[in-house]
Design a protein around this ligand. Sequence first.
Ligand code: BES
Ligand code: ZN
Ligand code: ZN
Length: 502
Amino acid sequence: MLSHIDPIKFSLNTAPGKEGALMVGLHDGQKIERHSLCKNLDQEDKSYLTHFAANLPLKNRSHAILLPGGRRVIILGLPPKKDFHVRKSLVAIRQIIQLARRERLESIIVAAEDYAPLSGWSGNELLERIAEQAELANFEYNLYKEKPKEKDDAPVFVKKIDIISRTKGKRAEEAIKTGQIIGEAINSARSLANTPGGEMTPRKLAAAAERIGELSGVKVKVLDDQEIKKLGMGGVIGVSQGSSERPRFIILEYMKGGRKEKPTVLVGKGVTFDSGGLSLKPSKYMYDPCMHMDMTGGAVVMNVVGAMARLKMKKNVVALIPAVENMPSGSSYRPGDLLKTMSGKTIEVANTDAEGRVILSDALTYAQKFYSPKLVIDVATLTGAADVAVGPRFSAVLSPDHALAEKLRVLSEKIGDNVWPLPLWEEYEADIKAPFGDVLNVGKGNAGGVITAAAFLWQFIKETPWAHLDIASRMTAGEDDFLAKGSTGAGTSLLLHFLRKF
Ligand code: BES
Ligand code: ZN
Ligand code: ZN
């Protein structure tokens, strides 16, 4: 499932041609006449531009200019080169694309070096990031809006970007293609997550996975409620039983790493709508924090596997998505219920709103039983506590292997899909001891909600290397993200870069 926005047409050149708007990222202290996008301007345009830019207030501001020769130029003020780190660079790329869209420019020219951070990326990585971030900034979820009658009121999307770069050649072209595929995978995950709950049921999430399979050549298998029951997945059945929408267990397999390599299994939470169940959420916690996006983890992992196939990566990777709707009704699971999971352990339900961990427990068992994975990573909008703990700029990462969590953190900083580690110790197991079952689905008290949720999952994956991404805090974009409102697709980029690298 690619996103509903057309992919951008990228080209790579050493100097700007005659057509297309010039998008100048001007660092504080940099002279516009020396900028690589202005070199080939004729004398009249050049002196006009130099004169115009001479006393412009540029700090994070932008200016649109029409040159005497008819060419459009946008200048975006950027911080001085000495302060220009990776985070600022990623934002600047998204800003420049959004500026182009605001100025209704479909064909633009950018200079790669404008976005080169002080350190952290190679020349090819820079090109890859530009392509990835440009696709992200060119996305908007507008499928349910009426088409404006006037063409001038319709949103504009960038169609063509000419990147002026010192790094060129086949590897550079490939880097752009790779960044674009990653960007498209993120946008596809955003599209699915943004889809309203009534239109994104477990069945439709499974259909989306099948579509990804068709487009990428990944093998997709979908288990229905009978098969789920037969496997003994009492967690998935328990959470789903209050809804008239039947659960699905979605499996995507991409096995191009040879028969000897143990696969990495990605597990994604697929709660297509989280009302809280009988422990019903107050209205304020259902609409505003977008509980139809509670399947983001599932959307992320299916798109990661799809993108791996498009990138022709030589790896074995599986995505597992338990998909359910969490609803209150006469047939709902109840607080006090004891659910027998596929692992044999029973879950005592204290709160039906802590449903994510319940369905994920069965998926973790399934992963170990059928794939003997070398590593399992789960991605879930698991706890509101993630937002309290790390705030909206990070997802939380937890693993009993703290070195693995740190590896993910370091990588996340390079690509902007940021995660920050929280501790995970056996001591937390005391907080999820159940009076009658083996594990309780909420921690005692409110303390460390992200950690007790992770400690719960850990009970089902003690023997296999594992990391957990709680992306609840990054589920939707914030003001300073320079992304369209709605889903961020958090985790997609990090997992793809991680799988490429390790
Ligand atoms: N899906 C929610 C977590 C969530 C909240 C994600 C806000 C994104 C934004 C999850 O199923 C949930 O309801 N968790 C409860 C757990 C509690 C009952 C222990 C929570 O966070 O309040
Ligand atoms: Zn919930
Ligand atoms: Zn949930």
